[in-house]
Design a protein around this ligand. Sequence first.
Ligand SMILES: [Zn+2]
Length: 134
Amino acid sequence: MDAQNFPVTRTDAEWRERLSEEQYYIMRQHGTERPGSCALLHEKRPGTFSCAGCDTPLFAATLKFESGTGWPSFNDPIPGSVETTTDRSHGMVRTEVHCATCGSHLGHVFPDGPPPTGLRYCINGVALNFTPEA
Ligand SMILES: [Zn+2]
């Protein structure tokens, strides 16, 4: 994904300045947060989850659901806000999810979610900022 051109690009130093150490590890180095470690997991208010790397709205709170995995899970992203790649790390084939605007890694998508789409976007909470509905 590093070779791709995203609408928002930052130098490594800029990323380090903008993101916390944990956010940098997850979003720029494809890390994964400890399950259950992020307060956003329990966020239930109406509102919007946006990318911590570029502030682009990514997920609506209405499509968030409790998956029991310990990571914030969504049925579907805001159309066009995320892109996917095939991730063959850790001896598994998974679908990686990243921000379409700045390319930051967000999490993975699995085909075991609830209807209507049957998808489960399993997202690292620290990669998101939540804005409650005004
Ligand atoms: Zn972004």
